[in-house]
Design a protein around this ligand. Structure first.
Ligand code: NAP
Length: 251
């Protein structure tokens, strides 16, 4: 069943990893997909995979921490397809510094906050009016299990992912009645380029042992949750954060 047939979906951070897998899953579910990110070569590869999956759409280069870029991204989507129905605000970066709070780096803190928090804030700011014009929509933001619990050594990242849940809840309170549902996903460790970088510092076996399910997650497993949250099957779900984490946060 194509649960998103003829919907117009936007994915930030769609050039690799979870965003790429979700762009493909949106296409398989019948949506036209606008994929965004800063790297054009990787964006083109995502579009190739979207088309290979029988879908269609376009890549728009944009930095989510720059308001003019996000405004242009949403405007391009609406001018090309006439409306915006679904948005997956997924662009994010990890902390480059692994250290206790007193030893954190101020510039890295600003970078993480600008992309992970301001990026989601700006995305919501420009997506919501476009969705309201079309009579409603569904938004999913990417938080993390680091948005649900504390983790030593990555305080700025943890703070940024808690903030994503705050933005999600507030926007859901403001716009659910007008027809825009806003939710978040909270993945545990998922095998993406970000995890590859992280496992240069933290061994993969150790990371795996933290997951009661006994393995790491795959990007497609997050994509499935995002497709469901974006679909009419989740019509009464808003303001929620769904952990997709192999029981990580059940401990
Ligand atoms: P990834 O492969 O590194 O993907 C990150 C994506 O974010 C890329 O498409 C990247 O594209 C984009 N991005 C980064 N900064 C951006 C900016 N300023 N403007 C626009 N796009 C930007 O890693 P991933 O694991 O799929 O991460 C996706 C999301 O999941 C992130 O929010 C991450 O925090 C979250 N997450 C990941 C895990 C995990 O274990 N992998 C767990 C929990 C949560 P460009 O570089 O082309 O701009």
């Amino acid at each position: 069943m194509k649960t998103l047939q003829d919907k117009i979906a936007l994915v930030t951070g769609g050039t690799t990893g979870i965003g790429r897998a979700t762009a493909i899953a949106f296409a398989r579910a019948g949506a036209k997909v606008v994929v965004s990110g800063r790297r054009e070569k990787e964006g083109a590869e995502t579009m190739r995979l979207v088309k290979e999956a029988g879908g269609d759409g376009l890549f728009v280069k944009a930095d989510v921490s720059v308001a003019a870029d996000v405004e242009r991204l949403v405007a391009t989507t609406v001018s090309t397809y006439g409306r915006l129905d679904i948005a997956f605000n997924n662009a994010g970066v990890e902390s480059a510094v692994m250290a206790p709070t007193a030893d954190q780096d101020d510039d890295d803190f600003d970078k993480v906050m600008n992309i992970n928090v301001k990026g989601v804030y700006l995305s919501l700011k420009y997506e919501i009016p476009a969705m309201l014009k079309g009579g409603g929509g569904a938004i999913v933001n990417t938080s993390s299990v680091a948005g649900l619990i504390g983790m030593g050594g990555v305080g700025p990242y943890v703070a940024s992912k808690h903030a994503v849940i705050g933005l999600t809840k507030s926007a859901a309170l403001e716009y659910s009645k007008a027809g825009v549902r806003v939710n978040a996903v909270a993945p545990a460790a998922i095998e993406t380029p970000m995890l590859e970088r992280f496992t240069e510092a933290v061994p993969k076996d150790f990371l795996t042992s933290l997951h009661p399910i006994g393995r790491l997650g795959q990007p497609e497993e997050i994509a499935d949750a995002v497709v469901w949250l974006s679909s009419p099957q989740a019509s009464f779900v808003s303001g929620q954060t769904i952990a997709v984490d192999g029981a990580f946060t059940a401990q």
